[in-house]
Each structure stands twice: as C-alpha cells, then as structure tokens.
Design a protein around this ligand. Structure first.
Ligand SMILES: *Cc1c(COP(=O)(O)O)cnc(C)c1O
Length: 383
C-alpha cells in the first residue's frame, strides 16, 4: 500500500502524482448516467485503486453512495476496513480457510472462483455457525477463473447442504468487451444466462447479477437491473480498443527540470550512447526513472510536456533519471514543471499514448507508477 502523503512536509522530491478526486467523482457520475437506472455500480479499487490510492477513492465512493466496492485481494479489503470504510466490499479471491475467517471478521463478501473455494467457505461457516455472503463467479468462456458448467452439480449440492452460504450475487467476466463488435461477447452472455438458469432450477437465485466491466458499461452492454463492476473508466482510462469515452484523467504525473545542459554536435546522451546530437542541443534532466514506473521502453520514443509543448525523450530512461531534448522550447528553465502524464496548456499525454509506445494497456501504465512517487490528493484542479 502506498503511504498517503497527508503531510506534504515529508515530500522532498519533485516528482509527484496528483490525484484529482473531483475528476474521479465526475467519472463515477458519468458512468452512472450511462447505465440503466435500475443498475448499481460496483467501484473496482483493486491494486490500490489502479495505483491512484484506494483509500481516498473509497471515501469518495462513500460520499457518492456507491453501493459496493470490489478488490482482488483480502489484504486490499482489510486495509480499507482498517481505515474505516464501511460499505460492502466484494473480494474476487480466491481465499483459503484462514482467509474466510478474516473475511467474516471484516464483513467482506467473497467471490468463488472454484468449487474448492466454496468448500472452504462452507466448512468454515458451518463450524462457526456464521453466515458468509458469496458471489458465485461463473466462467462464461474466459477460461481463467470461475465455475464451469460441469462443476455446477457439485456446487449446487454444496449450496443445498450448507444454508450458511448465502448467495448474494452471481457474476461473470468478459474476455474481450473492449471490442464491442466481437460476437464472443454475446456468446458469453448466452452461456451465463444458461448457467444462471441451471442454478435457478435448483433453487439458487439472487437479485444481483453482474457481468459488465468498464468496456461493457460504456458500450451499453448492461442488462436492466444488472450491476456493473467498473475500474479503468473511473480513473479516466479508455476501456474500448477504438473509443472516445471522454472520461476525465484522474492522475496527473509531473516532475521538474533538474539540470539543463547545452550539448555540442556529435555528443552523446545517456547509457548505451543511444542518442547523439546532430546539432547543438539543449538537454534537460528529469528526476524520474524506471524505478518510478516510467517505463524504460519509452527511451528515445516517449514525449513529455514542457511549457505546454511536447519534448522528446533523448537517450535511455535510467533508474532515477530521464533526459529530454528541449532545444525547440524557448525559455525552458531549471525548475519548470514537466508533465509525464496529464495535461499542460493545450497539450495532454494520456495513459493510452504511453501504453501504445510500450506495447501495453493503460491499466499497466497506472499500476506501474511505483510507491516511491508520492500521491498528492486534490479535490478539483487548483485555479
Ligand atoms: C478488474 C476487474 C474489473 C474491472 O475491469 P475494468 O476493465 O477496469 O473496468 C471487473 N471485474 C473483475 C472480475 C475484475 O478483475
């Protein structure tokens, strides 16, 4: 977990990630306006809120009356409870027998990725005579986690034997919702509906079904009454492969020019001598590197913003430092703000841009910003 720098006095470095709670709140409202009014929103705050800081965002969720949070790990949920977050939390899991006890102690609902996970929950809850809420995770075709059709008879028997198991929800997960035209999305829905039917015939039913992630939610793939589990879109990431969801970036990652050097023609910059000046150049050194999560694959490829203009990375990103070519930016000076992610003037760099260069997805850009980058929380951009 990242330490929230509630005390700015403890921050000495000039590389920070500013998290705008107002932008997060705005995205929550936008997503809510785009799903059926009968739908409920589950805010996914796993991986410390996709690197933004789960606790601060959970508090926004509480004040916005978000009915449920979801995380991947028990530890993530317990950390939120220990900080006083009281709204329902779903842990995707799996958890073992020890985990079931902790989940019960902290009033957490558990996802059930396997029959074994249901068995663990069943035996603990019978032994302790305590009801444990579960959300049955059905595998509708992703073949990763969740119960497959052939496992349903065993699951049904378990549920019938153990009245302590209370099925509070039934859910599945899309494999390729970022491409709304992929017919496999419909195929998964068909398989889900079939499995829900099998369960219902055995007397296992619930009012809450959830399937949609961000991509499905923004592309309208939500059945009336179904809940949605959204993560990326709340952070302003674009969930569709080719989309314009117009959500607000929540994280703005900045640093400042630390050193400025004039470099003569034919001089090199950085490890491996991968950049060479063709003419007289002005090189700025930034106190950020791959140990901060600024991907080394951005070497000689990425751009940053200085004085509202784009400047290319010159040479290799190193562990703590990155060099940029600001030859074309008049007036740039030591101490100037440099934007790695976010906007400055009329220009902006989104996580998708960095992800395209490094061959990944915006999810990984966010979750890679390492714990040594202090998070600063603002509510609304400063005027
Ligand atoms: C991470 C996750 C989500 C959220 O997905 P986004 O694409 O970030 O909206 C939803 N459901 C499950 C099971 C997840 O693991």
């Amino acid at each position: 977990m990242y330490t929230a720098p509630d005390n700015p006095e403890s921050i000495f470095r000039r590389t920070v990630a500013t998290v705008d709670l107002a932008a997060f709140r705005d995205n929550l409202r936008t997503i809510r306006s785009r799903i059926p009014t009968s739908s409920r929103l589950v805010a996914v705050l796993k991986a410390d809120g996709y690197g933004h800081g789960a606790l601060h965002l959970a508090r926004v969720c509480e004040s916005e009356n978000v009915p449920m949070l979801a995380v991947a790990l028990l530890e993530e949920a317990i950390a939120l409870r220990q900080e006083g977050i009281t709204i329902p939390i779903l842990v995707f899991g799996p958890v073992d027998a020890r985990g079931v006890a902790a989940a019960s102690q902290h009033s957490l609902a558990l996802g059930t990725p396997s029959p074994e996970s249901i068995e663990a929950i069943a035996s603990w809850s019978r032994q302790k005579d305590r009801r444990v809420p579960i959300h049955l995770h059905l595998d509708s075709g992703m073949n990763r986690m969740g119960l497959v059709p052939s496992e349903l008879p065993r699951v049904i028997a378990l549920l019938q034997e153990h009245p302590h198991l209370s099925v509070d929800g039934i859910f599945s997960h899309y494999a390729n919702a970022s491409d709304p035209a992929d017919p496999f999305n419909d195929e998964q829905e068909k398989r889900f509906v079939h499995m829900v039917g099998v369960l219902r015939e055995a007397g296992i039913r619930t009012a809450s079904h959830h399937f949609a992630n961000s991509a499905a939610a923004v592309s309208g793939r939500v059945r009336e009454g179904d809940w949605v589990r959204v993560g990326l879109s709340l952070y302003g990431g674009e969930p569709l492969d080719y989309g314009e969801s117009r959500l607000l970036p929540v994280m703005r990652w900045t640093t400042r020019i630390e050193r400025l050097k004039e470099v003569a023609p034919n001089e090199i910059v950085g490890y491996g001598k991968t950049w060479r000046a063709s003419e007289r150049a002005l090189i700025a050194t930034l106190p950020v590197g791959y140990a901060d999560g600024y991907d080394r694959l951005l070497s000689n490829k990425g751009e940053v913003l200085v004085r509202g203009r784009r400047a290319p990375i010159a040479g290799r990103v190193s562990m703590d430092l990155t060099t940029i070519d600001i030859t074309g930016i008049p007036g740039a000076a030591v101490g100037d703000e440099v934007v790695l992610l976010g906007s400055q003037g009329d220009e902006s760099i989104r996580a998708e841009e960095l992800a395209t260069i490094t061959g990944t997805i915006p999810y990984e850009v966010f979750t890679s910003v390492s714990k040594r980058v202090p998070r600063l929380y603002v509510d609304g951009a400063p005027a």
